[in-house]
Design a protein around this ligand. Structure first.
Ligand SMILES: *Cc1c(COP(=O)(O)O)cnc(C)c1O
Length: 456
């Protein structure tokens, strides 16, 4: 008998689940211009907009926050945080920042020159934007399997190694470092195998180019290696994570994911060469090197969270609950990106709503319906987000997806059962749904503030 997935924690503090009527939500939607970013969180029952910064912290984290030492320089809380990062990553030099994109901005502005190129499996959108801001081309070299949404493959986040080899040869002298995102957020939270990381690492060492991990979900990636890769099942997630870090020269981290905190980030490096420049830059924009834009209590919560995230009962539950949602939807014939990633399940709105053309934004229409009928907030990742070209023209996105990003330790198994039922009910009404038109939009990143009108 396979046993139920259970939350590996008991609950000490609760807050009410917000509850609104369908009529309330219809009014709220109209006022927000049918843009879910304009809806207040207190009007959302199940908030799957993002897994970033939405973690429920543990009693141990809250307790550590109370004992933090708030000092401008040399706080004990910093040294505790530094010790944990050194122990987990093996990197000696630890530079705190207030979140991931601050680490990106700091590193790229100090280490990149206009005209250079930085390859990765897939760059996350803030990573790409921060590279481009510095005149650097952000190049995605994910493996071919990673581009096929319905293909079952254990490591769809892998780098295309032959293409990386050719790339490093062709652009010799113009690549300041190579990046690899673990797990690969942009392609659906898909993991990178140890075998692939070893090959990327060997290539980079031969080419004399540093390798940096975008390590936001390093623990989820380590868990997928343990459970999916040959000869890794006997190792602990902590040992695997350490080998991932050993294969690289440093990392950038948004701690709002696998740091299990609501704010925080860091850069960690094996070698000290870049550190004086980075620390000077840090002082200019983030703060003194022993707090880097965070309160000492944030560093305490992060120090505890980085160890908690490697607890294998937590990781088993985390991967299990994401897979549970994806598998239940598959049984109900609701198409999703396969296999389930670590932090999110992606509904394929193009397949669910074939009668709505890309110009009428099927994924946005589905996201609106999930909120209207069920109080579920998701995020459109389709032609609203990607369809507008720099010249203002429209080109349909490669896929029309609705992302269900799962906050860590927030919702229970019963919540997921209720949400799955809600998605099934919304899917059954699919043929009645019409698309939406854009009423107004800003010039950049329109998905955050555009206003929509339902088509009738
Ligand atoms: C979230 C994220 C970032 C950016 O981090 P923030 O803390 O949101 O600034 C960078 N890379 C990846 C892969 C991410 O998921």
């Amino acid at each position: 008998m396979t046993r139920s997935i259970i939350e590996p924690f008991k609950i000490k503090v609760v807050e009410p689940l917000p509850w609104r009527t369908v009529a309330d939500r219809e009014r709220i939607l109209a006022a927000a211009g049918y843009n879910l970013f304009g809806v207040r969180a207190e009007d959302v029952s199940f908030d799957f907009l993002t897994d970033s910064g939405t973690t429920a912290m543990s009693a141990a984290q809250w307790g550590a926050m109370l004992t933090a030492e708030e000092a401008y320089a040399g706080s004990r809380s910093f040294y505790r945080f530094e010790e944990v990062v050194r122990r987990i990553t093996g990197y000696h030099h630890v530079i705190p920042t207030h979140q991931g994109r601050a680490a990106e901005h700091l590193l790229f502005s100090q280490r990149c020159q206009p005209g250079q190129l930085v390859p990765s499996n897939n760059h996350f959108d803030t990573t790409r934007a921060n590279l481009e801001q510095n005149g650097v081309q952000a190049i995605d070299l994910v493996c071919p399997e990673g581009k096929q949404p319905t293909l079952e493959h254990p490591f769809k986040g892998n780098v295309d190694v032959p293409r990386l080899e050719a790339f490093l040869h062709e652009h010799r002298g113009h690549v300041p470092f190579v990046m690899t995102t673990v797990t690969n957020n942009t392609s659906g939270g898909q993991p990178v195998s140890l075998e692939n990381l070893r090959a990327v690492s060997a290539l980079c060492r031969r080419a004399g180019v540093p390798l940096l991990l975008d390590a936001c979900r390093f623990a989820e990636n380590a868990w997928f290696i343990k459970t999916r890769e040959a000869d890794q099942g006997h190792r602990t997630a902590r040992e695997i994570a350490r080998e991932m870090f050993d294969l690289a020269d440093g990392c950038l981290m948004s701690a709002k994911k696998d740091g299990l905190v609501n704010i925080g980030g860091f850069i960690a490096l094996r070698d000290g060469t870049w550190v004086p420049e980075l620390r000077s830059g840090l002082i200019l924009t983030e703060g003194f090197p022993t707090y880097g834009g965070l309160a000492a209590r944030d560093l305490e919560a992060l120090a505890v969270g980085l160890d908690e995230v490697l607890d294998e009962r937590y990781l088993e539950y985390r991967a299990g609950s994401t897979r549970y949602v994806a598998d239940a939807l598959a049984r109900a014939n609701i198409p999703t990106v396969r296999p389930a990633g670590g932090h999110a399940v992606y509904l394929d709105a193009r397949a669910m709503l074939p009668h709505i053309p890309p110009e009428a934004f099927p994924a946005q229409a589905l996201a609106i319906e999930l909120y209207r009928a069920e109080g579920i907030r998701t995020c459109e990742i389709g032609s609203v987000m990607f369809g507008r070209q720099p010249d203002g023209s429209f080109r349909p996105a490669a896929m029309e997806l609705v992302r269900i990003a799962i906050p860590r330790r927030v919702y229970t198994q019963a919540h997921f059962d209720y949400v799955i039922e809600g998605i099934e009910l919304a899917a059954a009404r699919g043929p009645e749904l019409r698309g939406v038109a854009i009423e107004s939009e800003p010039a950049f990143l329109r998905h955050f503030t555009a206003r929509f009108r339902p088509l009738v």
